[in-house]
Design a protein around this ligand. Structure first.
Ligand SMILES: CC(C)(COP(=O)(O)OP(=O)(O)OC[C@H]1O[C@@H](n2cnc3c(N)ncnc32)[C@H](O)[C@@H]1OP(=O)(O)O)[C@@H](O)C(=O)NCCC(=O)NCCS
Length: 159
């Protein structure tokens, strides 16, 4: 194990993933505002009320460093939001979070994970590709900046 790996291992022991609720909507809004600024405060509050939506937080001790919004429809789950705090990127935290969410989906007998990502967001695309998400379609001019959305999916095998 290299020195960097040892350092990361110490971090991993401080990590946890928990379902977060409406009381944390301000916290979600804050992390969002400091990262990809996708939703307003009102939109975050509404996300917590949506049927079939579960919101998970990645915590480093008690500090939320990542958020994922998952929407469940029958045996499919759509990732509507996935972010890791800028300061904690490129250290494997996003992968740790995603691996755990995939395990949760397996347990819930989800057969397919879906998401949309901007064609210009090469970092996120790389990230999703590393989890075997495949591009199954494109929505032209989908985002405000005129970029296309790639529709990606990952099939989960139930064993
Ligand atoms: C995408 C994101 C969640 C990745 O989180 P992270 O904690 O940095 O990811 P990891 O450190 O676990 O990296 C896992 C893999 O993702 C890819 N990746 C992550 N950061 C990358 C970068 N800067 N450049 C290229 N590839 C990158 C690599 O394949 C990496 O594997 P490697 O370390 O073996 O090369 C994070 O960059 C983020 O929050 N981005 C902004 C939000 C966003 O775009 N969300 C998706 C919108 S749909």
């Amino acid at each position: 194990m290299t020195l960097i790996r040892t350092f990361e291992y110490v971090y991993y022991k401080m990590l946890s993933i928990k379902k977060i609720n409406e009381n944390d909507s301000d916290l979600c809004y804050e992390l969002d505002s400091n990262t990809i600024s996708l939703w307003s405060k009102k939109q975050w509050t509404n996300e917590f009320k949506k049927e079939g939506t579960k919101i998970f937080g990645l915590l480093l001790e008690n500090f939320v460093i990542g958020i994922c919004v998952l929407q469940f429809v029958l045996d499919e789950a759509q990732i509507n939001y996935f972010v890791v705090n800028q300061k904690y990127r490129k250290r494997g935290f996003g992968s740790y979070f995603m691996s755990d969410l995939i395990k949760k989906c397996h347990k819930l007998k989800i057969n397919k994970l879906l998401l949309e990502v901007s064609q210009n967001n090469l970092i996120a695309e790389n990230f999703y590709n590393s989890f075997d998400f495949h591009t199954v379609g494109t929505r032209k001019n989908y985002y405000k900046d005129g970029s296309n959305a790639l529709l990606k999916e990952k099939k989960l095998t139930t064993k």
